[in-house]
Design a protein around this ligand. Sequence first.
Ligand code: SF4
Ligand code: SF4
Length: 64
Amino acid sequence: MAKKKYRVAGGCQCCMTCLYQCPAKAITLIEDVSAVIDPAKCLGCGRCYNACQPGAIEPYETEE
Ligand code: SF4
Ligand code: SF4
């Protein structure tokens, strides 16, 4: 069954807002480069997506 998850698509400004929003601690930051979401930990809640002002995070569907 398809599951909705989220990923950092580009345009991350390293503000770290999403890191604090994630209930699963699925997001880490490569300093001065980009936030990265671990798909194995992502619950698909969308909190990071809603919190990201630059719109750097996007949803996607996965069969995993
Ligand atoms: S909230 Fe958006 S811009 Fe800020 S660190 Fe997360 S992905 Fe990057
Ligand atoms: S969708 Fe939810 S669980 Fe997944 S990375 Fe974003 S805040 Fe964390």
